[in-house]
Design a binder for this molecule. Structure first.
Ligand code: ASP
Length: 358
């Protein structure tokens, strides 16, 4: 039986390629899954191989390895140093790590001048009784813990910021200000708010959120991002928020998110999805449900979440774009990327319908 099962796993692994529908069966352990394909698959491979070859002893180590890989190679530019400069041209980082066995968690928000955001998040988890440190004081904590403080801008991020300023600072996130932020740079002063003014939706973004299950079945999750391009300095996204950027309960499953964090953090979509798993929904149903809740209130939101149960069965859902996620587990010899078309909440065949009263 075991040989036949392994053979089946091997056949499905060997035929791995980009597919267009979410897979719900498990590839076996160890297992790694994360938001986005393309350049993000180097992180999937790094975390998976670290578990296979033992350089990562635990799922927690694996998600740190995976997110650190993305921070070091910048993935698509949306993770790590030199991406998403804010209005003042500075790159700042948000990250979270969570242990699904102990519920320990550590996070950094608006981390300045340090590259290894997920590493600092782990230090917050392991060397403080806190969960989240922010800004310059997170930087000071990082330095106390042996991380290097340095300029994390690059020629590319400086050029992107200069170009944005030359284009009248478009797009930006200011609302109800003078001068008119839709045509002009600041400095801005506040105007009386009326109900006709609305914020720009996030223009440029991505994030790595990763969940791992090690060979013992233990789970962990992590998120790392440089947030939203041209954000207001000090802005913190959904990435470092437990239950929003990612979430994991080893008794149930885990979830990782990407998308318009300013809106997504109001819904705690990963907490929602894991709790839906606990109530008996499949990973696909839980993902559809969490995204549908956001789309119902914000029809144009860009979002993507990947959900995995503690057996490695997975699903994903997104809105506003074609979301992709990547996974590798068991004896798979390469990472598979799953492409998820935007959710159509009018589609009555959607798995979540009938399960949840929205
Ligand atoms: N969620 C990230 C943020 O808002 C960006 C993204 O994943 O697209 O900071």
């Amino acid at each position: 039986m075991a040989i036949a099962r392994n053979l089946l796993l091997l056949i499905s692994a060997l035929s791995s390629s980009s597919v267009t529908s979410a897979a719900s069966s498990s590839s076996g352990l160890p297992f790694v899954i994360n938001t986005w394909g393309g350049p993000f698959t180097a992180a999937t491979d790094a975390a998976y191989l670290a578990l296979v070859n033992g350089t990562a002893a635990t799922a927690l180590d694996a998600v740190e390895v995976g997110c650190t890989t993305c921070e070091a190679n910048q993935c698509d530019g949306s993770v790590g140093y030199g991406g998403s400069p804010d209005e003042s041209c500075e790159t700042t980082l948000d990250a979270l790590i969570m242990d699904g066995a102990t519920f320990a968690a550590g996070a950094v928000a608006n981390l300045r001048r340090v590259r290894s955001a997920v590493g600092v998040a782990r230090a917050v988890m392991e060397h403080t009784a806190h969960t989240l440190l922010a800004g310059d004081q997170a930087t000071a904590f990082a330095v106390q813990n042996g991380f290097v403080e340095e300029d994390i801008s690059t020629p590319d991020s400086r050029a992107a910021c200069a170009e944005w300023r030359a284009a009248a600072c478009q797009p930006n996130y200011r609302v109800a200000v003078s001068p008119d932020a839709s045509v002009s740079c600041g400095p801005y002063t506040p105007l009386q708010v009326d109900n006709t003014t609305s914020a720009q939706t996030q223009a440029s973004h991505d994030t790595i959120s990763m969940i791992a299950i090690d060979a013992s079945g233990a789970m962990a999750a992590a998120t790392s991002t440089n947030g939203a391009s041209h954000k207001v300095p000090g802005r913190v996204g959904d990435g470092p928020i437990v239950g929003s950027g990612s979430y994991v309960d080893g008794e149930v499953g885990g979830c990782g998110a990407t998308g318009d964090g300013d809106i997504m953090m109001r819904f705690l979509p990963c907490y929602q999805a894991v709790e839906s798993l606990r109530r008996g929904l499949t990973p696909q149903e839980a993902a559809d449900d969490a995204v549908a809740r956001m789309v119902r209130k914000f029809p144009t939101i860009s979002s993507g979440i990947v959900v995995v149960d503690n057996q490695g069965r997975h699903g994903g859902a997104g809105s506003g774009w074609t979301f992709t996620y990547a996974y590798r587990g068991g004896v798979m010899n390469e990472t598979v990327v799953v492409s998820v078309p935007p959710i159509d909440t009018a589609d009555s065949s959607l798995a979540y319908r009938g399960q949840i009263q929205l």
